[in-house]
Write a protein of this length. Structure first.
Length: 148
């Protein structure tokens, strides 16, 4: 068998329907569109999303949901219980040390220390924000807090 011996299976290839080319073709005059009405006209018919005169779904839904403050600052949260687990007595806890310990994913995001859990080690904390409860627990353990 050679490339010039190949041919498509019978009935698998159909020629396109040429409409509006005279009555002898069987698809003349109205070109298969019927006699009258919106759908027989060029450009006729209804667009996508038309629901028969009912108010369409895209018009029923609200345009913009809620409110998003453009100036909101999202802090990365670190609790004192995690500082207790990851750092030794007398360590300095700052952005670089938190990143090195794998507790934050980015050095660019601001960090806030919260007071969930207990802390017994004396740590020096230098981050963007510290909650009042976290400050109280760290200072009770003998550590110091410096907000940047």
């Amino acid at each position: 068998m050679q490339i010039h011996d190949l041919f498509p299976a019978p009935g698998s290839r159909k020629s396109r329907k040429r409409v509006g080319r005279g009555n002898g073709s069987g698809h003349g005059s109205t070109a298969g569109r019927g006699d009258n009405g919106q759908n027989s006209r060029a450009g006729g018919g209804k667009g996508p999303g038309f629901e028969g005169g009912q108010n369409p779904l895209h018009m029923r839904l609200p345009k913009l949901p809620g409110f998003k403050n453009r100036f909101r600052i999202e802090y990365v949260i670190v609790n004192v219980s995690r500082l207790e687990d990851r750092f030794a007595e007398g360590d300095v806890v700052d952005i670089d040390s938190l990143f090195a310990a794998g507790m934050i994913k980015s050095k660019q995001a601001p960090v806030k220390v919260l007071g969930d859990g207990e802390i017994t080690k004396k740590l020096t904390i230098k981050v963007d924000k510290v909650s009042a409860a976290a400050r109280q627990k760290v200072e009770a353990a003998g550590g110091t807090v410096e907000a940047l």
